[in-house]
Every structure is written in C-alpha cells, then in structure tokens.
Write a protein that binds this ligand. Structure first.
Ligand SMILES: Cc1cc2nc3c(=O)[nH]c(=O)nc-3n(C[C@H](O)[C@H](O)[C@H](O)COP(=O)(O)O)c2cc1C
Length: 184
C-alpha cells in the first residue's frame, strides 16, 4: 500500500537536513513516498510546506535545530498559521515523529523534542517515539533518545551524523511507514 509521509524540517547548518534526508531515504526504501519540505526556502531545491501537503499526507516527521531548548522560530511561525486545520481536525490520527540537532550533548535536545511534539499533539496526531528495541538507542554515545531521533553537532556544527544516529533516523522512517500502513 502506498503511503505518503511529509518530512518537514528547518536547518541552518545542515545537521537537521542530513537527518531529514536519512529519514526520507528510509521511508522510500520501505516503499513509501517521502515529501521533503521546509518552512523557508534556503537552498534552490527546497520546497516550502503548504497546508495542503499536511492535509493530504498520511504521516509526518518534523524536525528543527535546538534553539534554547525549543523549536526554531520558523517552525513555530508556520504552526501558528494552522488553526484552520485544527478547527476542522484535519490532522487527527495521522502518525508523527520528531527529530532535532543540538550543539552540545546536554544542551536541551530532549526538551526540544518534547517542544516539537506539542503542536502535533494539539492537532491530534499520533506521536511515535523510538522504542528501545532499536539497539543503537542504548549504544549511542551522542544523539538518539526515546522521544525522537537526535544528533549532537558540536560547537562548530562540524560533527557528521554518527552510525548510531543514522540507524536511529532510519528506524524512525521505517516505523513511520509500518505504522501508517497498519492504520490505513
Ligand atoms: C539561536 C540559537 C539557539 C541555540 N540554542 C541551542 C541550545 O539551547 N542548545 C544547544 O546545544 N545548541 C543550541 N544551538 C545550536 C544549534 O542547536 C545547532 O547549531 C544545531 O545542531 C544546528 O542544526 P542545523 O545544522 O540543522 O542548523 C542554538 C543555535 C542558535 C542559532
């Protein structure tokens, strides 16, 4: 069964974009259709999210950098335009997950994952974390949490995604497709 998952993200230095691409690739590997979307056009290939994208998708992965322990303002500004969708309940029961990148290990990425979850819960989406059956969740020395995939980019934003962080991103994409199919 064909499922369409929107992978919606903001990224200034490339870390969250790299996570979004890992998640999108794993969705496609499972036979799903991944739509990469951003909040603002920063790169020539960026496609900016529309409310129709959200209404028509079967599931959502949503990520931004950690900004003082919260989501990036670009994402907050977008969600504040979605009251009409909320009034009509147009996102209710769609499965969703969140992901984030931070400079430092304990710099608030878990708080940001919870913060990213809030608008999705208000919209009635079905929030998915990362279960501990994903072995990399226990093994990781950097990012990866039960609340969602994460990455620790370092003070200069120079750290690439670790093998464990990549596996956790991939598990998120795979599980989104699996659960979305079950719900259809
Ligand atoms: C305004 C601002 C606030 C930030 N706040 C935090 C923070 O609270 N904790 C942290 O570890 N990193 C913080 N950072 C660093 C970003 O989270 C980090 O650069 C992130 O990995 C960038 O993701 P990107 O490469 O996708 O842009 C902040 C950066 C900016 C610009």
């Amino acid at each position: 069964m064909s499922v369409t998952i929107v992978v919606l993200y903001h990224s200034s230095h490339g870390s969250v974009a790299a996570m979004a691409h890992e998640i999108a690739e794993s969705i496609e590997c499972q036979g799903g259709n991944a739509l990469l979307r951003t909040f603002v056009a920063r790169e020539p290939h960026d496609i900016v999210i529309s409310k129709d994208d959200l209404i028509q998708c079967d599931g959502l992965a949503f990520g931004t950098p950690t900004r003082f322990g919260m989501m990036a303002s670009q994402a907050k500004a977008f969600w504040e335009t979605t009251s009409d969708l909320w009034l009509k309940g147009q996102l209710i029961d769609k499965p969703a997950c969140v992901f984030s990148s931070s400079s430092s290990m304990h710099g608030g990425n878990e708080a940001t994952l919870l913060n990213l979850s809030l608008p999705l819960l208000h919209h009635g989406m079905m929030l998915m974390g990362v279960p501990y059956e994903v072995p990399e969740l226990l093994a990781t020395q950097t990012g990866g949490t039960p609340y969602g995939a994460s990455h620790v980019a370092g003070a200069q934003n120079s750290a690439r995604l670790s093998k464990d962080e990549i596996k956790i991103c991939q598990s998120v994409g795979q599980r989104l497709v699996k659960i979305t199919r079950k719900l259809q």
